[in-house]
Design a protein around this ligand. Structure first.
Ligand code: FES
Ligand SMILES: [Fe+2]
Length: 336
């Protein structure tokens, strides 16, 4: 185990739950970026993620806080807080406390997932988190896939890894053969790291076919360092979402979601056995990656081979933009 030297408070979108884990009227406790937080879903269905402590006398709202319509009521003295973290009622006073506010985080919900925007400077979101099902501009949407939550998701908590390790897979052509047992090394056809949302495409085959006959591949869209969506083509239609969310200065939660394409006309609520089996295979491949990441020591500067240099350099430069300037770390020195 090796604590990462990379900053554990990056800017961007991070998955904090699957949508189904926060039912209407429920309050869920969580800790991310070294901060105790809660997520609650109002009666109308909107999720709020906020710091956990009541601004009155500091009760933890995740222990007995209750949702009432569109507000959250503190269990200690009944003060009511809205979705913006504003106090809207002190039950034994005529006026609420208009000055105090509980910190809330921008939330977006799609891909069966709840994401928060985290930024130590509290800037508003300046990019979007791409929808894994409808975000590849190919006309597909959630209706084309079997649901994933409860069937084909993986959650690993408290791993000593940094989100950037996962992103580096997207330029690491050589690991596919050794970690994923592909017969050939993939061919990268796109590396676009110009914007906070970056793109990586490559051709890959899991079956033994001649190199010039490979007719399948993967496209990846990285929404900052926290969330990556992939689309497969030329093989069984699947989409994945990989999310790494820092808990504290050394550990992260990892969530992985796999959707399998529906058979045309199949309106089943559950994925059939063949879809589950395929999803399980994709999860097993991802577990092979996790096994490396969770024991890895971040190498800086790494001993890159000639053909690895360009991709890793571009990836690390791109990742560095998400790290707060005051803790700018060795990530920058690696690419100088
Ligand atoms: S501590 Fe929350 S209402 Fe008093
Ligand atoms: Fe991998």
């Amino acid at each position: 185990m090796a604590k990462t030297p990379l900053p554990m408070k990056p800017t961007g979108w991070f998955q904090v739950a699957w949508s189904a884990e926060i039912g209407a009227g429920e309050v869920v406790r969580m800790k991310y970026f070294g901060t105790e937080m809660i997520a609650w879903r109002s009666t109308s269905g909107q999720v709020t993620v906020m710091d956990a402590y009541c601004e009155h006398l500091g009760a933890h709202l995740g222990y007995g806080g209750t949702v009432d319509g569109e507000i959250l009521r503190c269990p200690f003295h009944g003060w009511e807080w809205n979705m913006q973290g504003r106090n809207v009622c002190i039950p034994y006073e005529k006026q609420p406390n208009k000055g105090r506010r509980i910190r809330t985080y921008p939330v977006t919900e799609h891909s069966e997932s709840v994401f928060i925007w985290h930024d130590v400077d509290r800037r508003a979101p300046y990019f979007d988190v791409t929808d894994a099902l409808s975000g590849f501009d190919d006309g597909h949407s959630g209706a084309d896939y079997y649901p994933a939550y409860g069937y084909s998701t993986l959650f690993e908590t408290g791993l000593e890894i940094h989100p950037q390790y996962v992103m580096e897979n997207g330029v690491d052509f050589a690991h596919f053969k050794y970690v994923h047992n592909t017969p050939l090394i993939p061919e990268f056809t796109r590396h676009d790291f110009d914007q906070p949302v970056s793109y990586v495409d490559f051709t890959i085959a899991f079956d033994d076919v001649p190199a010039d006959e490979v007719n399948s591949g993967v496209q990846a869209i990285n929404s900052g360092v926290g969330v990556a969506a992939t689309k497969s083509w030329g093989m069984i239609d699947n989409r994945t979402l990989t999310a790494v969310t820092p808990i504290d200065e050394s550990t992260s939660d990892v969530r992985f979601t796999v959707w399998i394409g529906r058979h045309p006309g199949d309106g089943c609520a559950e994925p059939p056995p063949r879809a589950r089996k395929h999803a399980q295979g994709v999860i097993e491949q991802f577990q092979n990656d996790i096994h490396i990441w969770k024991h890895q020591r971040y190498s800086d500067p790494p001993a890159l081979s000639r053909s690895e240099f360009e991709g890793f350099t571009a990836l690390r430069k791109w990742a560095n933009q998400f790290y707060p300037a005051d803790v700018e770390s060795k990530a920058a020195t690696a690419v100088r």
